[in-house]
Design a protein around this ligand. Structure first.
Ligand code: ZN
Length: 244
C-alpha cells in the first residue's frame, strides 16, 4: 500500500470540476490541521483553503457561502460542512465513523459529513441533503454521494443503547445489522447511510462506497475501536475546482 489517499473516480473527478479524497493514516500523519481555522493551501491545483471544524456527533451543518479570508474562525461544532465556493476544501476527520462526501454537479455544491452511529441514526446525512435542496436549490436525483472507509459490519460490534436508538429511528433496522442477539449485534453503518440517501431519492447508481474497514486494516487506517484510544484521525475532503 503506497497511496496516501483513496479516491473514487466514479464519484467525482477533475473532469466533473471537483476533487476529493478519503485519507489514510499516512496522509493524516503528513500534515497538521488546525480545527476551526481555514488553512491556506497551495499546490499544483492552485490556491485555496482547507477547512475542518470541531465535530460534536450532532446533525448541524456549517454552510460556507462566501469566500474565506485569513482572519476567519469557526469556533462552533458541526458535523457537516457545505460549500458552493470554488477552492474551499471542506473536510471531516474520522477514525471509525463514516466520512460521507456529496457533490451536486448541477448546482455546484459540495458537502463533507462526519457520521458516527449517533449522527447517522439522528439523520445527519438526509438532513444535509435537505439543506442543500433548501439553500442551494439542489435536486436529490442530481446528487452523487460517496461513503468512505469506516468501521465495517465485519468488526463493528454495538450493544443495547445503540440498538435501542437504531430501532427507534429506523423501521427496517434489521437490514443494517448482522448477528443480532438481543443485546448486541454488528452494525453496518455504510449500509445504514446508503439506505437513508437512497430513501431520500438519490439514485442508487449515484451512491458509491469504499468497502474498507478501518478496524480490519491497521496498515491503512487509525481505529479508535482497535487501538482503544485516539492515536490519530483520517482527513477526508472535497473541493469545487476553481474554474468551471
Ligand atoms: Zn472489519
Amino acid at each position: 500500500m503506497s497511496a496516501a489517499v483513496i479516491t473514487v473516480p466514479a464519484f467525482a473527478s477533475a473532469r466533473d470540476g471537483v476533487r476529493h479524497f478519503f485519507g489514510t493514516r499516512r496522509h493524516a500523519d503528513s500534515f497538521a490541521l488546525e480545527v476551526g481555522v481555514p488553512a491556506r493551501q497551495s499546490g499544483a491545483q492552485g490556491r485555496g483553503w482547507l477547512l475542518s471544524v470541531k465535530q460534536v456527533h450532532g446533525t448541524d451543518a456549517l454552510v460556507v457561502d462566501r469566500p474565506l479570508i485569513e482572519s476567519d474562525q469557526f469556533p462552533g461544532g458541526w458535523d457537516a460542512l457545505v460549500t458552493d465556493q470554488p477552492g474551499v476544501t471542506v473536510a471531516v476527520r474520522t477514525a471509525d465513523c463514516v466520512p460521507v462526501l456529496v457533490h451536486d454537479p448541477r448546482r455546484h455544491v459540495v458537502a463533507a459529513i462526519h457520521a458516527g452511529w449517533r449522527g447517522a441514526v439522528a439523520g445527519i446525512v438526509p438532513k444535509t441533503l435537505s439543506l442543500m435542496v433548501a439553500r442551494f436549490g439542489s435536486t436529490r436525483s442530481d446528487l452523487r454521494v460517496s461513503i468512505g472507509p469506516s468501521a465495517g459490519p465485519c468488526c463493528y460490534e454495538v450493544d443495547g443503547p445503540v440498538l435501542d436508538r437504531l430501532q427507534a429511528g429506523l423501521p427496517d433496522w434489521e437490514s443494517v445489522v448482522r448477528d443480532y442477539q438481543g443485546h448486541n449485534a454488528r452494525l453496518d453503518l455504510k449500509a445504514l447511510i446508503r439506505r437513508q440517501v437512497e430513501g431520500e431519492g438519490v439514485l442508487s447508481r449515484a451512491v458509491s462506497a469504499v468497502n474498507l474497514c478501518t478496524i480490519c486494516h491497521d496498515e491503512l487506517f487509525y481505529s479508535y475501536r482497535r487501538e482503544g484510544r485516539v492515536n490519530g484521525t483520517m482527513v477526508s475532503g472535497i473541493t469545487l475546482a476553481s474554474s468551471r
